[in-house]
Design a protein around this ligand. Structure first.
Ligand code: UDP
Length: 353
């Protein structure tokens, strides 16, 4: 049983669901918690990425972290008791991940955590708490990188049930990246010229809910000498309205994009500026330099390789990081595996039997 609910999880699950469908020994039942519920934050991914239709949709979204996690836990437990799956699969670090893992551990169903072992070491991030707790409840921890294995080992989690399978998002970037070139019309739709715009995303709570940081970020965007295309996350949209933020004239706000169009925008951007975890890596997969609007990152290898620069919005010189042009970093390294992570996830499930 796969438990998911937020945009990045749909993309991760897309590759693994395809790999599960290719083997006959497993069938997959999907539970969607409803954490992300707008059609452009959820439905579009199921149709476009051909993810099997969820058997359950809990409709739990829009509340606080505590409300969401509590309501999800209650509903998922009922489903687990009824369906009695042999394995529960959770992805990443959202409230849906934590609720799924908690419900499974309490009903004694083995938990597989895909994207285990990531750490920002910032306990104020809701995602960090979700990851740490999920890792410590899981029976099989499948990591995207060697760094994640070291992080787990530092917390005493070692052994044959910790496996570096590579990053399922790399598989997605390879597969859907090709499709984007053939299928996407997003560049024409928004009148964009390749390599003559910045692509930006902002949605981390530490940025959206902090008035000072959000203002500084938009101030920073205003100093960029190119158009900045910003697919606007619903949380950021609310914060812009609530905090009455004035948008600079070079900002092009667009709706959240489907994955295929998003990949096309990423490939054609000259620089990506983001606080997203997934997009930092996608920038690297598509050979685009990335500036990360955070104080730290879980994806430290990107910074080490020179593909990613951290630009904390509270630093005085933060805007200057946008201005320093950089073409990217070291080539030829493959910290995220070989594009076969989804198959390796499915093979690793045998370790539980
Ligand atoms: N994404 C998308 N459309 C958008 C913005 C993001 O398809 O308008 C994709 C993006 O390409 C990446 C994933 O959503 O694969 C990242 O999700 P998000 O930034 O919401 O979460 P995070 O990775 O930070 O957990």
């Amino acid at each position: 049983m796969t438990i998911l609910g937020a945009r990045p999880q749909f993309i991760k699950a897309a590759t693994v669901s395809r790999a599960i469908a290719r083997v006959s020994k497993y069938s997959e039942v999907i539970v969607h918690t409803g954490q992300h519920y707008d059609s452009n934050m959820s439905d579009v991914f199921f149709s476009e990425l051909e993810i099997p239709k969820p058997a359950y949709n809990l409709g739990v979204g829009g509340g606080s972290h505590g409300q969401n996690t509590g309501r999800m836990l209650e509903e998922i437990e009922k489903i687990l008791l009824q369906e009695k799956p042999s394995i529960v699969l959770v992805y990443g670090d959202t409230d849906s991940t934590l609720a799924g893992a908690l419900a499974a551990v309490k009903t004694h169903i083995p938990i597989v955590h895909v994207e285990a072992g990531l750490r920002s070491f910032n306990r104020r991030m809701p995602e960090e708490i979700n990851r740490v707790l999920t890792d410590h409840m899981s029976d099989l921890l499948l990591t995207p990188t060697e760094q994640a294995i070291s992080n787990l080992s530092a917390e005493g989690i070692v052994g044959r049930t910790v496996v570096n399978v590579g990053d399922v998002m790399f598989d997605a970037a390879l597969y859907f990246g090709q499709r984007a070139e053939l299928e996407s019309d997003v560049m024409d739709k928004y009148g964009l010229v390749s390599k003559q715009f910045y692509l930006a995303t902002v949605h981390r709570q530490e940025n959206t809910d902090d008035e000072f940081r959000l203002k500084k970020i938009f101030e920073g965007f205003s100093k960029i000498d190119q158009p900045v295309v910003l697919p606007l996350h619903p949380r950021t949209k609310n914060s812009i309205h609530q905090q009455d933020i004035e948008l600079p004239s070079n900002i092009h706000i667009i709706d959240p994009q489907g994955y295929i169009d998003m990949v096309m925008l990423e490939k054609n951007a000259c620089v990506i500026v983001t606080d997203s975890g997934g997009i930092q890596k996608e920038a690297y997969f598509h050979g685009v330099p990335c500036v990360t609007l955070r104080d730290e990152t879980e994806w430290v290898e990107l910074v080490d390789m020179g593909w990613n620069r951290l630009a904390s919005p509270v630093d005085d010189d933060f805007v200057s990081i946008f201005a320093q042009s950089f073409r990217g970093g070291q080539e030829g390294l493959t910290p995220y595996g070989s594009g076969t992570a989804a198959e390796q996830v499915v093979s690793a499930l045998d370790l539980l039997s």
